[in-house]
Design a protein around this ligand. Structure first.
Ligand SMILES: Cc1ncc(COP(=O)(O)O)c(C=O)c1O
Length: 287
C-alpha cells in the first residue's frame, strides 16, 4: 500500500488529476514549516457525515493559520462530491488539505499561493476490526497537548500532529493500539486522533476541550448521550482516578465510537453505555 500510487482521481488546484499526477514541489512552505491544514471526513452511503461542520472547520483552521482557502463552502462541497463520484466511492474517507506554496521559503510566507487538494479513498475501519470489537489498548504518552497560548489547539493544523505521530509510534512499538495524551497541566486530554470519554455509574465524563480539538464526533456523541438521558459532565480528569471508571471509549471521524479495553494497567469493560452509543452513532451516520 502506497497512498501516492493508487488508482483514481484527486482534485488539485482547480483540476481533477489522475491520482499519480497530484504532486507538489519539494520547496513548499506547507512541507517545511507546517503551514498546512486538513480535514478528515467520512461518507456513508454517498453522504458526507456533518459536511458543513467539517467545511467550516477547514476554513476556520486556515484562517487561524492566517490564510484563506481559495474556495467557498459551496465550492468545497461540490469538489468533494466530484471527487467521490470520480472515484466511485459511496463509503469512504475524504481528505481535503490546504497549504502554503513556494514563493517564499523562510519563516515569513505572507504572499504564498494557497494550494488546495481533495482526495478520497475507501476506508472501512481505523482500528483493526478485532481491536475495535474487543476494545483498544492505550498507553500514556510522554508528549502533552500544548497550552492554547503555545499553538492553535482547536484547529486541524498539520503541525499539531507531530506529537501525535511521536506518541502513536511509541505506543505501537510497545504493543499498544494508541496513546492517551495528557494536557500541558497533566490532566487527561485525548487520544492521538480521537477524543476520550469515561463512564461511572451510568454517567458520562469527558475532558473539557480547552486545549485540544473539540471533535465533531465528540459533540455529536454528547448530543446523542444527552438525548438518551445520560448525564454528561465535561470536567478535569486525572490519571490517578482512572480505575474509578467502568467503561472508556474514544470518538472521532475515523475511530467513530471505539471502546477502550485498557489504559496502561487499568482495565475497562466495554459495556452497555458504549454499546448504545455505538448503535445510535452508527444509525445517525446512515440516516
Ligand atoms: C487530535 C484529534 N482529536 C480529536 C479528533 C476527533 O475529531 P472529529 O470527531 O472531528 O473527527 C481528531 C480527528 O479528527 C483528531 O485528529
Amino acid at each position: 500500500m502506497d497512498y501516492s500510487n493508487l488508482e483514481g482521481f484527486i482534485f488539485l488546484d482547480g483540476k481533477l488529476l489522475k491520482w499519480t499526477d497530484a504532486k507538489l514541489h519539494v520547496l513548499s512552505h506547507g512541507l517545511h514549516y507546517a503551514s498546512s491544514v486538513f480535514e478528515g471526513e467520512r461518507a456513508y452511503g454517498g453522504k458526507i457525515f456533518k459536511e458543513l461542520e467539517h467545511t467550516e472547520r477547514l476554513i476556520r483552521s486556515a484562517n487561524t493559520l492566517g490564510f484563506n482557502i481559495p474556495y467557498g463552502i459551496e465550492e468545497i462541497c461540490k469538489i468533494r462530491k466530484d471527487v467521490l463520484e470520480a472515484n466511485n466511492i459511496t463509503d469512504g474517507y475524504i481528505r481535503p488539505v490546504a497549504w502554503r506554496g513556494s514563493e517564499m521559503m523562510g519563516i515569513s510566507a505572507q504572499d504564498n499561493t494557497i494550494h488546495f487538494a481533495v482526495a478520497a479513498w475507501k476506508w472501512p475501519s481505523y482500528f483493526s476490526p478485532e481491536a475495535k470489537l474487543k476494545g483498544i489498548k492505550l498507553n500514556i504518552s510522554k508528549w502533552r497537548r500544548p497550552d492554547p497560548t503555545t499553538a492553535p489547539v482547536n484547529t486541524k493544523a498539520a503541525g499539531l500532529y507531530m506529537i501525535c505521530t511521536l506518541s502513536k509510534h511509541e505506543a505501537e512499538n510497545q504493543g499498544f493500539d494508541d496513546s492517551l495524551m495528557l494536557d500541558y497541566r497533566g490532566y487527561i486530554a485525548e487520544a492521538t486522533g480521537a477524543n476520550i470519554f469515561f463512564v461511572k455509574n451510568d454517567e458520562i465524563y469527558t475532558p473539557i476541550a480547552d486545549c485540544f480539538l473539540d471533535g465533531i464526533t465528540r459533540q455529536t456523541v454528547i448530543e446523542i448521550a444527552k438525548k438518551e438521558n445520560f448525564k454528561v459532565t465535561e470536567t478535569r480528569l486525572k490519571v490517578e482516578d482512572l480505575s474509578q471508571y467502568s467503561e472508556c471509549f474514544v470518538t472521532g471521524t475515523a475511530a467513530e465510537v471505539t471502546p477502550v479495553k485498557s489504559i496502561n494497567e487499568v482495565q475497562f469493560n466495554p459495556g452497555n453505555v458504549c454499546r448504545l452509543l455505538i448503535e445510535k452513532y452508527t444509525k445517525l451516520t446512515l440516516s
